[in-house]
Design a protein around this ligand. Structure first.
Ligand code: PLP
Ligand code: COI
Length: 378
């Protein structure tokens, strides 16, 4: 273990060294970006990194200037896609303080993804500390306009220079940050979804439950098909029977029954969304029923036809909660492009974002404070 590592049976800590960027953007340039950040287009001045080798474990944790990585062309991530990532946000509250939402849950999912991809698990404490330190360094990049945030993208890549097909012996963890407005430029307006019947996203026993780049690579062609049909996202069915709902390219899906019951697919080939889990908890808090089970396409179609399914929405960190107006596929449509936003959908969305932005109490202790109200990186 390196000198900066302290390890006991139940705690693990690394000291992050800090190298401030000599090229921090001027306040005026930053403010111009924050006024219209878009999604995933602009990046802050710093990034967090930690290295791992099979001999030394996790070491060399740092906050340093944002910039290109230097990789050997034989690095295994470039050939065998041994890679995982996370998506989370930092929110600015009215008093200026900055908070993250359930970072422990992202850290645990990152560890689950690591196990599936034969990557080393980054201890939860180091994952959370990397976020805390990066946000502290780049806190002026957290926008304050309504519904904006700093999107955080932790990721881990296999960097060993070796073409043999086995788990790499050298790995890098990084976290980058990007100021974010709405993922869908239309805001929380209902979206149209394209049902992919030709392509599956993930198979039973595959990597669907892990947040790994390959799943997203597999979704790009069907996503393109969705755009060609005027839809904003693609929906995947189970790969075995093509009967049961799985999820969208980058979001989970939830249906709402007329009695307020929330129904959502349970499958071991979808990503366990933290937004979905939180929304379902808020529904349970209201005394609503929640069903996590196999949900067939037929159930959705028949339910909309006979009025027992009244709303549908997509949810995820980037998209928050987005109502689904219609699901379209080859030769069939459920709903219509003019279907309005569901009442329960929008009220759950409001409750969740109120908690995230500190506008209402946080009964489950989901919010974790990252900076003080008065602190500034300048
Ligand atoms: N499903 C997929 C494929 C995703 O990419 C995401 C987004 O991260 C989700 C579901 C929702 O997960 P979360 O709510 O944790 O962001
Ligand atoms: C997220 O919501 O964090 C995602 O990862 C979805 C997409 C941007 C990949």
């Amino acid at each position: 273990m390196s000198d900066s590592t302290t390890e006991t049976t139940d705690t693990f800590a690394l000291d992050f060294s800090t190298t401030p960027s000599p090229e921090r953007r001027a306040a005026a340039e930053r403010e111009e970006i924050l006024a219209d950040p878009g999604f995933g287009k602009h990046f802050t001045d710093h990034m967090a990194s930690v290295e791992w080798t099979i001999d030394d474990g996790w070491h060399n944790a740092s906050i340093h200037p944002y910039g290109p990585l230097s990789l050997d062309p034989s690095a295994s991530v470039l050939h065998y896609a041994q890679e995982i990532f996370e998506g989370m946000k930092a929110y600015r509250h009215a008093d200026g303080s900055i908070w993250s939402f359930r970072p422990d849950a992202n850290a645990r999912r990152f560890a689950r993804s690591a196990r599936r991809l034969a990557l080393p698990e980054l201890p939860e404490s180091v994952f959370v500390e990397s976020i805390r330190q990066l946000v502290a360094a780049d806190q002026d990049w957290v926008p304050s306009a309504p519904e904006t945030s700093l999107y955080l993208r932790p990721f881990m890549i296999a960097t060993e220079a070796f073409l043999g097909v086995r788990a790499a012996h050298a790995v890098q963890y990084h976290c980058i940050a990007s100021p974010a407005g709405a993922y869908f430029t239309s805001g929380p307006k209902p979206v149209s979804i394209w049902l992919s019947t030709q392509y599956a996203r993930a198979a039973r026993g595959g990597t669907g439950a892990a947040k790994t780049g390959g799943n997203y690579a597999a979704s790009l062609l069907p996503q393109q098909e969705a755009y060609e049909h005027g839809c904003q996202q693609v929906m995947f069915l189970d790969s075995e029977k093509g009967e049961y709902l799985e999820e969208l390219g980058g979001m989970n899906v939830v249906l709402v029954r007329s009695d307020g019951t929330l129904v959502t697919p349970d499958s071991d080939s979808i990503l366990e969304g933290i937004t979905r889990d939180s929304i379902l908890q808020l529904a349970l808090d209201r005394g609503l029923r929640v069903e996590r089970r196999a949900v067939s396409l037929t159930e959705w179609r028949d339910g909309v036809a006979d009025g027992t399914i009244t709303e549908a929405f997509a949810c995820g960190t980037a998209a928050v909660v987005t109502p689904i107006a219609e699901l379209r596929g080859d030769g069939f449509t459920i709903g219509s492009p003019t279907t309005g936003a569901g009442e329960l959908t929008m009220s759950l969305r409001e409750e969740l974002t109120d908690i995230q932005y500190g506008r209402r109490a946080d009964p489950h202790g989901w919010m974790v404070r990252l900076t003080d109200p008065t602190s500034s990186a300048e």
